[in-house]
Design a protein around this ligand. Structure first.
Ligand SMILES: [Zn+2]
Length: 90
């Protein structure tokens, strides 16, 4: 009596060479992905070495360095207080 595989999905036949090639390809892709991720992570870190940014005074238009985390900064020239949120909108 012959066994018939009716209704079940067909089995994928893999030779040992094909299975090894697929395994090595997936491993290589994984290593490449981890390598690219580490490079991108390092680049982002190296770009963010300062906690200062350029701010333009909204009264006298002078450009000066200010702390990124401070919302309100004093202009060194006209001593006016600048709000970064309002500068971003304009
Ligand atoms: Zn100013």
């Amino acid at each position: 009596m012959a066994l018939r595989n009716i209704g079940a999905p067909p089995m994928i036949e893999l030779s040992p060479v094909t299975a090894m090639t697929a395994y090595l390809t997936l491993l290589l892709l994984l290593i490449t992905a981890v390598w690219l991720y580490s490079i991108l992570k390092r680049q982002k870190k190296s770009l963010d070495i300062t906690d200062e940014e350029l701010t333009t005074c909204e009264y006298c238009q002078i450009v000066y360095l200010s702390k990124k985390f401070k919302r309100y900064t004093h202009c060194p020239q006209c001593k006016s207080m600048n709000d970064k949120k309002s500068l971003d909108r304009s």
